[in-house]
Design a binder for this molecule. Structure first.
Ligand SMILES: Cc1cc2nc3c(=O)[nH]c(=O)nc-3n(C[C@H](O)[C@H](O)[C@H](O)COP(=O)(O)OP(=O)(O)OC[C@H]3O[C@@H](n4cnc5c(N)ncnc54)[C@H](O)[C@@H]3O)c2cc1C
Length: 286
């Protein structure tokens, strides 16, 4: 059976386990990193500057650490031609809290996910024309989702309305991140910042496995971070590489462009669902 842990629950568990060992600075960001032979000087937007032995950039897909040390995001991000958008829903938006329901029409998928406490509508789609993406332009995100699902029936009108009503719904192009080398001096990247597999891969599992491998290698090479970083990267690339190669074909399979593609996907989905006993159901577009 599939076990799902929400991102919020996972963050809480990690914070609870680590807060006695580490300082947490909330509501702040790194603005400059300056490294030399002995350490890294870090400047924050709010907190006082500090010097660290090593810096781990675990700040996600749009990593600031990566931008400051490795270069602009466009050098590393690969566009899959798809967008992902989500909006939380009222608890009564779903009938069965144990079942995920999805509707797919060519180029568009709409998933109603029960989640643990707050149901979620997930829109995954190929837009008619890809506009230059502006992460802060919420009005454009809303218009893009409304246009993409304008002719979709089932519960699309109601779920699009929920997306339009929300003050800041999630919206992002689905991209992969490929960084040729995950460390530079005393700075190393981890998770999506180093190697994102978009939301069609096992991003959270890879981020956790990466953190574990990095901690193990630093413990094994306590006075040689260069060796530790190299060993960590080589271990993780064996896991991440095949997943990244699968993301392109998988995204085309999951969100087919045509009806025949959709028929094949649904047949495979039913077969896999029978084997895995996945609690999901395909809805009809009416
Ligand atoms: C809609 C959606 C659904 C997904 N579903 C799944 C799934 O079912 N299974 C799965 O395995 N993966 C899934 N993923 C992918 C998964 O969420 C990521 O791969 C995973 O969260 C990566 O972990 P991370 O720690 O590298 O980055 P993140 O989880 O993105 O964490 C980065 C953290 O850094 C913080 N941060 C960012 N910038 C700064 C800054 N400048 N200063 C300070 N802090 C900063 C962020 O606030 C965040 O807390 C999904 C992703 C999306 C968008």
């Amino acid at each position: 059976p599939t076990v799902e842990v929400t991102r919020a629950d996972l963050s809480e568990v990690l914070h609870r386990s680590a807060h006695t060992e580490a300082d947490f600075l909330f509501d702040d960001t790194v603005t400059a990193l300056d490294q030399d032979e002995g350490g890294v000087d870090v400047t924050f937007r709010r907190s006082s500057p500090r010097r660290f032995d090593l810096v781990v950039g675990a700040d996600g897909m749009h990593s600031t650490v990566r931008r400051l040390v490795f270069g602009p995001e466009r050098q590393f991000a690969g566009d899959l031609g798809l967008y992902g958008a989500t909006v939380p829903l009222e608890p009564d938006a779903i009938e069965d809290p144990t079942e995920m329901t999805m509707l797919t029409v060519p180029n568009r998928m709409l998933v109603l996910h029960p989640s643990r406490t707050t149901p979620l509508a997930i829109f995954t789609f190929r837009a008619a024309q890809s506009a230059p993406h502006d992460r802060k332009n919420i009005a454009l995100h809303k218009q893009t989702v409304a246009d993409a699902y304008a002719d979709v029936r089932w519960r699309a009108p109601e779920l699009v309305a929920a997306f339009l009503d929300h003050p800041a719904p999630f919206f992002d192009p689905l991209t992969t991140v490929r960084v040729p080398s995950w460390s530079r001096g005393r700075v190393v990247l981890l998770g999506d910042a180093a190697a994102a597999t978009a939301l069609l891969g096992d991003g959270s599992s890879m981020a956790m496995a990466g953190a574990y491998a990095l901690a193990e290698e630093l413990a094994a090479h306590p006075v040689d971070h260069t060796r530790a970083f190299a060993a960590y990267e080589s271990r993780l690339r064996r896991e991440v590489g095949p997943r990244q190669r699968r993301v392109g074909p998988l995204s085309r399979f999951m969100v087919p462009r045509t009806r025949p593609g959709l028929t094949v996907r649904n047949a495979v989905g039913r077969a896999v669902g029978r084997t895995n006993r996945t609690a999901s159901r395909e809805a009809a577009n009416r």
